[in-house]
Design a protein around this ligand. Sequence first.
Ligand SMILES: [Zn+2]
Length: 87
Amino acid sequence: MELYIVEGAAGIWHYHLSETGQNGQPTLCGNTRVMHTSLPLNKWGTVGHLKETYCKACENIRPADSIPGAPLKSMIKGCPPAVPEDK
Ligand SMILES: [Zn+2]
């Protein structure tokens, strides 16, 4: 299975996994409100100053060996809350 990272339209800096990488195509978790992004697959799970988050559903669905070197599942941040936590 070839995978691409796509950006969720609902959240900022929130990413899903897609088999096509194209706008509006279903992600592994079934979300179609996504946009193409140039983020390479090997960046999946990495969190930088943008505080990127990654879809836990997509993470759980993807084949374990589909992203060499990806962080452990437990390190993948889930979907962001609707209201940002203020801490
Ligand atoms: Zn997803």
